[in-house]
Design a binder for this molecule. Sequence first.
Ligand code: HXC
Length: 261
Amino acid sequence: MEYKNIVLKIEDNIALLTVNRPKALNALNSEVLSELECALYEIENNDDVKCVIITGDGEKAFVAGADIKEMLGMDAIAAAEFAKKGHSIIRFIRKMKKPVIAAVNGYALGGGFELALACDIIYASENAKLGFPEVTLGIMPGFGGTQNLVRICGEKIANELIFTGQMISAVRAKEINVVCEVLKDKESLMDRAFETAKKIASNSPKGVAFAKSAILTGVNMNLSEALDYESTLFGLLFNTEDQKEGMSAFVEKRKAKFKGK
Ligand code: HXC
């Protein structure tokens, strides 16, 4: 499919998805959201892709939020539909078999921060600024931010960030467990994201996908149910060719060649 506001590049088992609307600091309007949804669906159904990186075009912004100019004219029903469109992407990323890495360059605000929070791993460059300015606009986070931030940082930090609308630095975002690592510039940010993506792509796709499901599904269960879920998935992996290949390769002292089967 042809995209107008995003660029999708697939190479060496890694999909690089770039939000490309620099004149609006990559803000998410309905068209960008539809294209993101299509691209993620395309990626999930492409067996060649083992890992995904999402970033924003240029150095100034990852995504500066949902499009305020589009939201200005919305009535309550349109606004709720718009929020649901965002939720559908956030949910899809969480359910994808393939890990998604956010490479946050510059501003990640509102819906942009929410997009990053939905990803499995977040790296940020030193110039990144993250936050939820929604309350300064008379609204509140609506692409899952109130739910995801509290699960990652806990209630007090989520309250502080969402109620004040303040932006935080990449270093502060790392302190509160939002960001895995802070890189000095866009180039080292992308190098780091690709390094991790390559490591993930060399592992068993089934092992990675089941581990992602155990982590994300299990966190919403009580510990006993979550451990049952983990043991079920662990057992299912023994029906895969990847498990035979991975363990045989170890015994035969060679590198495993996984097929994702
Ligand atoms: C629409 C946006 C935008 C946005 C920036 N632009 N952010 N357009 N929606 N979220 C546009 C500006 O209007 C401007 O276009 C161009 O991008 C450059 O932005 P400037 O403001 O001139 O840049 P700068 O002075 O460097 O300031 C950068 C900034 C500021 C601090 C990031 O742009 C800003 O505060 N943006 C809004 C951030 C925000 O509030 N995000 C949350 C949105 S609500 P023109 O045409 O004027 O040159 C949200 C809700 C999610 O995300 C949930 C929905 C359900």
